[in-house]
Design a binder for this molecule. Structure first.
Ligand SMILES: [Zn+2]
Length: 199
């Protein structure tokens, strides 16, 4: 093993698309059993989560954080929202689940200026893909996935609850179980950067 691979990094892990009929608490518990430090952020679809599902996850909130993943998860949905509509959707989402972390991720990473503005106005950070750095406004509180930094302090892992191109929770279990046991884990809300940095 090289020197770099031995440095313990903080692990930030998230999975998309939590909703009724698409959940896998069993595999998450397996990861938690493997390493009691394990913590994870799940991006949930507000209109597709029943109270029963949300209640179940709220009982695990010490180690499972829920972020807001669109509204209905329709293709391109965020691209049509004005900033006011974004604010409305975010407020409605937080009525559905008051414990939602102040973090939003657009389905399929499809986001635009209006949605960035709506998130900013409501104090909600954006979880985004690094290819969107070019369109993200300078003052957006954010967490970026797939950032390739030389000395990144974080191990950034992202997948889906469901099987999807080998990024599914149970499908790619070995990948999620790779961080050394005893690693530090953080929720996305704990690693938000306030301003876009120039690299
Ligand atoms: Zn999604």
């Amino acid at each position: 093993m090289g020197r770099l691979s031995q440095i313990k990094k903080t692990v930030v892990m998230d999975f998309d698309d939590l909703c009724d009929g698409n959940e896998d608490l069993g595999t998450l518990r397996r990861l938690k059993d493997r390493d009691p430090n394990f913590k994870v952020t799940l991006f949930a679809i507000p209109t597709r989560c029943s109270d029963a599902l949300l209640t179940k996850y709220s009982m695990e909130r010490e180690w499972i954080q829920l972020g807001i993943h669109g509204w209905r998860h329709a293709r391109y949905e965020c691209l049509s929202w004005t900033s006011e509509e974004t604010e409305e959707k975010l407020a409605l989402a937080r009525e559905v689940y008051p414990d939602f972390a102040h973090v939003f991720k657009a389905p399929n990473w499809e986001i635009c200026d209006e949605v960035y503005a709506g998130c900013k106005n409501t104090g909600i950070a954006v979880a985004d893909h690094y290819r969107n750095i070019v369109i993200m406004p300078q003052d957006t509180p954010h967490y970026i996935y797939n950032l390739k930094l030389r000395d990144d302090k974080l191990t950034r892992l992202h997948g889906h609850i469901q099987p999807y191109a080998n990024t599914g929770l149970s499908e790619a279990y070995d990948k999620w179980a790779k961080p050394p046991v005893g690693s530090e884990y953080k929720f996305i809300s704990e690693v938000i950067i306030r301003e876009k940095e120039v690299h």
